[in-house]
Design a protein around this ligand. Structure first.
Ligand code: SF4
Ligand code: SF4
Length: 443
């Protein structure tokens, strides 16, 4: 049995340093209160973290255990309805967990979906990963959790809960979630998990329609003493691709990061944008050209794709991020360690010297790196520049229909006829087929 190195000295000092930098950059008045109330409780949930960046504590794994869901939210990035035809079985899921637990880089596993709590064997899986020394977190719509279920989940090793929350106005939340009772049931879930002593994270998805309500949601997080708030923004994928016009423009992305930074000062909750890695250079005052303050060293890393996240789809395919639909391989037939260490997509995203366009030239690329999901959605090239970076772009990114379906790019090139004749550019199965240029990707 592997013991989770919650208290690995290097990780803890990096995280403390990141929190101190956050305090310095934002004037965070509640830092002391956060240390007293949240920091110790958060240590298991941040087990294995190597600093701060997009989508919470990196490194961690997320397993989308099912496509099934009891809701039909408008912004869902996986178009959840019923269970997929080829989801990992209980036995396959446990084998994946065993592989993950054997990798020192990962100590925390997020169960996501769809709605993970509708999967019939979820308790068995949670118990298994807890036995293997992993910290369990559940990303949920919160509607299926009451006091008894929260206590049960805690007993199954769930240390943190991330609840989707779209507005403090119940009617807006219910409209986005397409359920008249979604808000009340989510609130019941949040309260039950807090009472059970879990770390509570609020996941907000910013769209044009609700961006103005962001300050209210941050105040709400502070009032309920949520530990973390992740401020997602619509990356049009899955069902969310039907509302591509709701995606934020470059100027609205700037407004979002500015609001988060400004309001962090008075919130006990740590608030982080997702899919807006410009936040990290913004925090350090590196927005503008000319004289730039120094980098953050090893504390801020920006985009997590490649280094901070393993995202396992229901069928076992491993993506670098929920918004980068490119598989590094399947846990059904490849070693997870090999996928993480050696697959083309992970290796390439880890190496920011390979970034293209404005991101490739940018002095901030080590602490930002641009959103690889937005780059892919706009161009089909996950290494292209981030089209929503407000330092270099204005207006709404031109996301392309062929890349925002949420459909995974199969290994190898999608061109039916290779302009350079098959294989002469070195492209093969599972290769990232950038060699003939992004405009030539899809015929
Ligand atoms: S150009 Fe790319 S790396 Fe630089 S700040 Fe913009 S998104 Fe980040
Ligand atoms: S691709 Fe975008 S959403 Fe994914 S980790 Fe990077 S910045 Fe975040």
């Amino acid at each position: 049995m592997m013991l989770a190195p919650y208290f690995a000295f290097g990780n803890l000092t990096r995280q403390l340093r990141a929190a101190l930098m956050l305090r310095k950059a934002t004037g965070w008045r509640h830092f002391g209160s956060w240390v007293r109330t949240s920091s110790l409780r958060s240590i298991p949930v941040s087990a294995g973290a190597v600093g701060m960046g997009c989508i919470g504590y990196g490194r961690h794994a997320v397993w989308e255990v099912t496509e099934a869901c009891n809701l039909r939210c408008r912004h869902c990035h996986v178009s959840s309805t019923g269970a997929g035809p080829d989801e990992l079985t209980t036995r396959e899921g446990k084998a994946f967990v065993d592989q993950l637990a054997s990798m020192d880089a990962f100590r925390m596993l997020v169960y996501s979906g769809g709605e993970p709590l509708v999967r019939k064997d979820i308790d068995e899986l949670l118990a298994h990963s807890a036995r293997r020394g992993l910290v369990n977190v559940i990303a949920t719509n919160g509607t299926l959790i009451d006091a008894a279920r929260a206590k049960e989940l805690k007993r199954l090793g769930v240390r943190g809960i991330a609840v989707g929350f779209d507005s403090t106005d119940p009617s807006i939340h219910n409209e986005i979630r397409r359920s008249p009772t979604a808000f009340d049931r989510a609130m019941r879930g949040i309260e039950a998990c807090k009472a059970a002593g879990m770390v509570v994270q609020i996941n907000f998805t910013a769209m044009r329609e609700n961006l103005a309500t962001l300050p209210d949601v941050i105040r709400f997080c502070h009032e309920i003493r949520a530990d973390i708030m992740l401020c997602y923004q619509l990356v049009p994928m899955g069902r969310g691709s039907a509302i591509v016009d709701s995606a934020l423009s470059a100027e609205e992305t700037r407004e979002l990061v500015d609001t988060v930074r400004r309001m962090q000062r008075d919130a006990v909750t740590i608030v982080e944008p997702v899919a807006a890695p410009q936040y990290w250079p913004h925090l350090l005052g590196r927005d503008h050209t000319g004289e730039k303050p120094p980098m953050s060293g090893d504390a801020f890393h920006g985009c997590a794709a490649g280094w901070g996240l393993l995202y396992v789809k229901p069928n076992g395919n491993v993506w670098p991020c929920p918004f980068v639909p490119i598989s590094g391989g399947s846990v059904r037939d490849e070693s997870l360690r090999d996928i993480w260490e050696r697959s083309d997509i992970f290796v390439k995203l880890r190496d920011r010297s390979q970034l293209q366009g404005k991101c490739g030239e940018c002095e901030n690329k080590e602490i930002c790196g641009g959103c690889r999901g937005k780059a892919y959605a706009a161009s089909g090239d996950p290494l292209a520049e981030d089209p929503a970076c407000y330092l270099h772009h204005t207006g709404k990114p031109a996301y392309k229909a062929e890349f925002i379906s949420g459909k995974e790019r199969e290994g190898g090139c999608e061109r039916e006829a290779c302009p350079a004749e098959q294989g002469t550019l070195g492209c093969g199965p599972n290769a990232l087929e950038q060699r003939c240029g992004p405009s030539a990707q899809v015929t």
